[in-house]
Design a binder for this molecule. Structure first.
Ligand code: AMP
Ligand code: MG
Length: 421
């Protein structure tokens, strides 16, 4: 069976040419990947600029107690043009252009307006004080952001500051999410009858997708039954997308028809089972159409925690790469373990939800009480997945473990020592 690392390598290789470039409005581009280097359109700041509300002066004129003549007032947004000469000053606001002749600003708190256009300054100043120099942050033509950058809030604001709207980004894949299973009842539907359960993986996967890729539009087409003919209809619709994420129906049960039907529809299987727990029956492959279109397909095991873990480990980095980013490596943190429930030794890597905090020994991982692949409540609030390598059994207390960091991990304070709470 494939290891998680080998499965990631297959996923990395499955991402071919970078997706086409499109122009997207900045306010719809959070999480998109820049497709070109972006340069500054002009110097920033574009002029000598006051960083304080105060008085623009010639530093050489000013020592504490000096009286100057005010020759005007400059607000942010006014064009440059005013000049000051020996013995003169101008009132100036933060962000306003410095008048010609001035080389420093005395903050307003250090001044007294005496009336009759006279002002007394109660502090000296050196040249350049409280002034932002033209081009000190960016030079016209300088690269501000490189292609391949994932656009977070700071990157988006930088693009806005250089007038790059819409931005050249890679097109996002079109993704369809399909839960399958005869037993599933929609969250908004009637109370499940005996034998039925609520469908929750569709909600899970869509929320994981939009949290990781806010600009992605996720398509949902309801719940597919295990009945062949109807399931086939759903599969055909899913395969019309760039990424088709199914949950359920990929194990060894009599009603697990998804792999067989997908293979009949031309699925080239690239991953079938990974040596992990939970999440072993993961299916991944692609269906290439005659028109050159290629749909990548994930069949996630239906147990909610299995769907969650396989999404985090495999689907998320794959879609990031498909959206044009370098294939992201998992973030693995070394943490100290204070105690852990005993674990059976199995030939698969185990993933145990845990919280992370800080103790005297550094980063500490605390496994959550959790009952296995159906127990989503046990995953609530998890910061990471504690990894127990294949063949390893009980992790000894006080040992150092590797934790796969989850999106949304919080920085917690002290985790109390055992028995102290
Ligand atoms: P399967 O992978 O179809 O064999 O399903 C494994 C387990 O996960 C079964 O107990 C299913 O009832 C449950 N399950 C499958 N799909 C979902 C879903 N979309 N939401 C919640 N539970 C599910
Ligand atoms: Mg099923």
């Amino acid at each position: 069976m494939l290891t998680a690392t080998a499965a990631l390598e297959i996923l990395r290789e499955a991402v071919k040419a970078p997706p086409p470039r499109v122009f997207r409005a900045l306010d719809e581009s959070l999480g998109c990947v820049l497709a070109e280097d972006v340069r500054a359109e002009m110097d920033q700041p574009p002029f000598e600029k006051s960083s304080m509300d105060g008085w623009a002066v010639r530093a050489a004129d000013v020592q504490s107690g000096v009286e100057l003549k005010s020759v005007g007032r400059i607000l942010a947004g006014m064009p440059p043009g005013l000049s000051i000469h020996a013995g003169e000053t101008a009132k100036i606001m933060t962000g306003a252009p410095l008048p010609d002749g001035a080389d420093a600003v005395v903050m307003v708190e250090k001044s007294v307006e005496l009336g009759g256009g006279r002002v007394r300054l109660d502090a000296g100043v050196v040249a350049g004080e409280n002034v932002c120099h033209r081009g000190e942050d960016l030079r016209a033509g300088e690269i501000v952001l490189r292609r391949g950058t994932v656009l977070d809030a700071v990157a988006l604001s930088l693009l806005a500051s250089v007038g790059c709207d819409p931005a050249p980004v890679h097109a996002l894949p079109r993704v369809l999410v399909l839960p399958t299973g005869d037993e599933l009842v929609a969250a908004h539907g009637p109370k499940p009858l005996p034998g039925q359960i609520r469908e929750s993986n569709g909600t899970l996967i869509e929320a994981l997708l939009t949290a990781a890729f806010p600009a992605l539009r996720v398509v949902r087409t309801g719940i597919a039954p295990d009945a062949e003919a109807e399931l086939l209809e759903h599969l055909r619709v899913g395969l019309g997308h760039d990424v088709f994420i199914l949950s359920g129906g990929v194990s060894m049960g009599d009603a697990d028809l998804v792999p067989m039907l997908l293979k009949n529809l031309g699925l080239e299987v690239l991953i079938e089972k990974v040596a992990i727990k939970p999440g072993k029956p993961l299916l991944f492959g692609r269906v290439s159409g005659k028109d050159g279109h290629c749909c990548h397909v994930f069949g996630l095991p239906g147990n909610p925690v299995s769907s969650f873990v396989t999404f985090e480990l495999f689907v998320k980095p794959f879609i990031a790469a498909l959206a044009g980013a370098p294939f992201p490596a998992p973030v693995l943190l070394p943490a100290r373990l204070r105690h852990v429930r005993s674990l059976k030794r199995i030939p698969r890597r185990q993933h145990i939800p845990c919280v992370l905090g800080v103790g005297a020994e550094g980063l500490v991982a605390e496994p959550l009480p959790w009952h296995g692949s159906a127990d989503m409540r046990g995953v609530l609030g998890a910061d990471g997945l504690l990894l127990v390598e294949a063949g390893e059994g009980v992790v000894l207390p006080e040992s150092t473990v590797s934790v796969h960091l989850l999106a949304g991990a919080r920085c917690r304070g002290e985790i109390p020592a055992r028995g102290s709470a």
